[in-house]
Design a protein around this ligand. Sequence first.
Ligand SMILES: [Zn+2]
Length: 320
Amino acid sequence: MPKKRRYKFNPETLAYEIHKIPLRAKFSKGFIIFLLSILTSSVYYLVYTRYFGLETPKMMTLLRESEELTNKLDLMNKRFKEANNSLLSLQMRDNYIYRPIFGMEEIPLEVRDAGFGGVDRYSYLKNFDNSGILTRTAENMDILYKKAFVQSKSFDEVVLQAKNADKLALSVPAIPPVNIAGHRIHFSSSFGYRPDPFNGHYRMHSGIDLSGPVGEPVYATGNGKVVEIGYDFFGYGNFILVDHGFGYKTRYAHLKTSLVVMGRQVRRGEQIALMGNTGRSKGPHLHYEVIYQGRPVNPLNYYNRDIKPDEFLAMVTPKG
Ligand SMILES: [Zn+2]
């Protein structure tokens, strides 16, 4: 493109000469135009965005993307809420159905919530404002992850117990320790608080008493291992403690003689002792305890009181 030239009439030479604009003037003029254009566009931008509430295309794209993300996070949080509800129902079934079947203690909700429970279990799933939604989504994920971890651990335990279910069924102290179907035995004292037979003081009786003749066979009430054979002059007299596993132990006290040795594996119905009158006893009887998770429980809840003589005899193997 040919350069555009300006001519100026020179009165001295009477001729048109090429007009030269000084370089400095040229630049300052360009700079002023530049400034003006920036100013104009700024004013234009301000008027466009502030007064008309319009967005520039780039801003609009960003806003749209941000809105899409927010919607996705919103959806994710709703899914978290659903997952949380499913997990909650699993936790309930685990605590009140699965674990009790196998004699396992429930897992407290505080433990299950992994420290996220608190006053409002769903507070973290509310108030979807844009500012904190990302943080909250991350938190929700964390909460669900930890809860699910506790739950899966619990299911592992339940599965393990289920695999041992047949063993458990044979180990639970589920038969009477003496032949209650026969005419020789009578029930003489129940579990719980009662006046002491020696001094009348009201105190806890940690088992049941079954009276009968000295020498009457005493049977192990579930599979297990003899973990203690002792003599307690002021209390149990001759006694045997059997550990059945799964949290169960049984004690047989005031025995005349023990027929087993320490560490012996015994089977349900196997005769392990002879009834006696040793220790703190006012007449021949068996004091029988069922201990679950370290606490004495009522043995009557563990066996059928209406058992028939032939049914009982079918379950036991007397010695000799
Ligand atoms: Zn007793």
